[in-house]
Design a binder for this molecule. Structure first.
Ligand SMILES: C[S@@+](CC[C@H](N)C(=O)[O-])C[C@H]1O[C@@H](n2cnc3c(N)ncnc32)[C@H](O)[C@@H]1O
Length: 201
């Protein structure tokens, strides 16, 4: 199924839920390649996708996994979730809030995730919401786990985007910024976050 086929669904959901969807268009294939680059090439990893929408990153994750491991997708919008489950029977689609990631993983009997790939609209979230979901991500990752997420380049200077970056720096020992994908609409870049910092107390 092409991105063109996804456009009507995506745009309709954006018009109905602008803050939750957070983007007028699905991400492109070049951004999908960058954000999924950390999929382990061997073994059977547990990969979690947050906010898959119409599946812009799902397709590339499926290709990289090639049938290995476990692929969970957590999508709060029931319309997107139903569509994704229908299109990707190999993906365990959970129509739920990403903030509940810990409980969702436990219910699926996965002690931790090897990789969490986020398509969430962080800049549309209040700081508390960003913090809650990021803490759930850190709690869900194994010690060598990786978190990747994207940001729109034009919005990097906005207060929510700056707050988000500060939160990432506090929650991961390593945060690297990928190249700008100018061909994405709008241009975007990927944060690659490694070595989650465990909270004590
Ligand atoms: C910017 S869209 C990205 C969709 C897709 N990953 C892409 O890049 O084209 C954000 C997605 O996150 C979902 N979303 C927003 N808040 C969420 C939450 N708390 N938990 C799970 N999904 C959420 C929206 O419904 C939407 O599908």
């Amino acid at each position: 199924m092409s991105v063109i086929n996804d456009l009507p669904t995506f745009v309709t959901q954006f018009v109905r839920h602008p803050l939750a969807v957070g983007a007028a268009l699905p991400s492109g294939t070049r951004l999908a390649r960058d954000i999924t680059a950390a999929v382990p090439r061997t073994g059977h990893p547990v990969v979690v996708e947050l906010g898959p929408g119409t599946g812009a990153f799902t397709r590339t994750l499926r290709e990289r996994l090639g049938g290995r491991g476990h692929h969970l997708a957590v999508e709060v919008n029931p319309r997107f979730a139903a569509r994704l489950a229908q299109r990707h029977p190999g993906v365990r689609v959970l129509a739920a809030d990403a903030a509940a990631l810990g409980a969702l993983l436990a219910a699926e009997r996965h002690p931790y995730a090897d990789l969490v790939v986020s398509g969430l609209p962080w800049a549309a979230f209040r700081a508390e919401r960003q913090r809650d979901i990021l803490h759930a991500v850190v709690g869900a990752l194994g010690g060598s786990g990786v978190f990747t997420t994207f940001a729109y380049r034009h919005a990097l200077v906005t207060p929510p985007a700056r707050t988000f970056r500060r939160l990432l720096e506090g929650l991961f020992e390593e945060v690297t910024v990928g190249r700008t994908v100018w061909g994405n609409v709008p241009p975007a870049l990927v944060y690659h976050c490694r070595r989650p910092v465990r909270r004590t107390g």
